[in-house]
Design a protein around this ligand. Structure first.
Ligand SMILES: [Zn+2]
Length: 253
């Protein structure tokens, strides 16, 4: 049964509270499509392949974590941006994008979902950005070695992580923040945890981890951010009786 775009937009607004964030991009409806929505496709990034597959499957709405119109980017609609937006408009697809609000939602967000997947119990927050904490602190339900965490991440995220740390070291507490949060390694150290799990890694991250003894896990930007958008997609599907499919457009980073 289709729902109206307005009803879905208002549900997402009260669920994710985008007005509470000073984000790098507009959160919410970014490109307007058809008024009635019966089928929703979710994905991590609004790349061309995701749009094309969503159109081909007859979707009316695309829900993503990485949309368009980022601060500092060229605001003109040229090149690949033109092709993507042209495909969205031609397919009458509504593009909804939620960045930080989707990372930090306490149940459906990327951080909460990743924590659940890795057996982490939340005990607090860290990683301040514009007055909000965008990362979580917690402990493993079962303390494990670095080697065991390597296997767990590989198994749950279907991707081998890069880990800096001694294989036999025991891990009890963790800080985690999905995506490109490697810059928060200093805050993870200050929080006194055994391991910091994020998506990406930079050259200095490795030295900081080695020299402080903090175990560092780069589990993939894409891989760590697959879960929030699926959780919100399932929530909407349930709430409005929509069809929902998640398309995983693989990205090794
Ligand atoms: Zn991201």
């Amino acid at each position: 049964m289709p729902a109206t775009r307005k009803a879905i937009e208002s549900e997402l607004r009260s669920l994710l509270r985008p007005e509470q964030f000073n984000d790098y991009c507009p959160n919410g409806l970014q490109v307007e499509g058809t008024e009635q929505i019966g089928k929703l496709v979710s994905g991590v990034t609004a790349c061309q392949e995701l749009i094309d597959r969503a159109v081909a499957t007859g979707a009316d709405m695309l829900l993503v974590h990485h949309g368009y119109f980022w601060k500092g980017e060229d605001p003109t609609i040229t090149g690949i941006k033109r092709s993507r937006i042209q495909a969205l408009l031609a397919g009458k697809l509504n593009l909804f994008a939620y960045h930080l609000p989707l990372d930090v939602h306490p149940e459906l967000g990327n951080n909460a979902q990743l924590g659940r997947l890795l057996g982490l119990r939340v005990t607090g927050e860290f990683a301040a950005y514009q007055g909000r904490n965008v990362g979580l602190l917690g402990e493993f339900t079962e303390p494990m070695t670095v080697g065991a965490l390597h296997n767990l991440v590989t198994d749950r995220l279907n991707r081998k992580p890069l880990i800096i740390g001694k294989e036999s070291a025991k891990l009890r507490t963790a800080a985690w923040c999905t995506g490109a949060a490697q810059g928060y390694i200093g805050e993870a150290i200050d929080a006194g945890v055994d391991v910091f799990i994020t998506g990406e890694v930079s050259e200095p991250t490795v030295h900081i981890a080695r020299e402080t003894g903090l175990c560092f896990v780069s589990a993939g930007h894409h891989a760590t951010e697959r879960y929030g958008v699926q959780a919100v997609g399932n929530y909407l599907a349930d709430r409005f009786q929509l069809q929902h499919e998640f398309f995983d457009i693989d990205n090794p980073v």
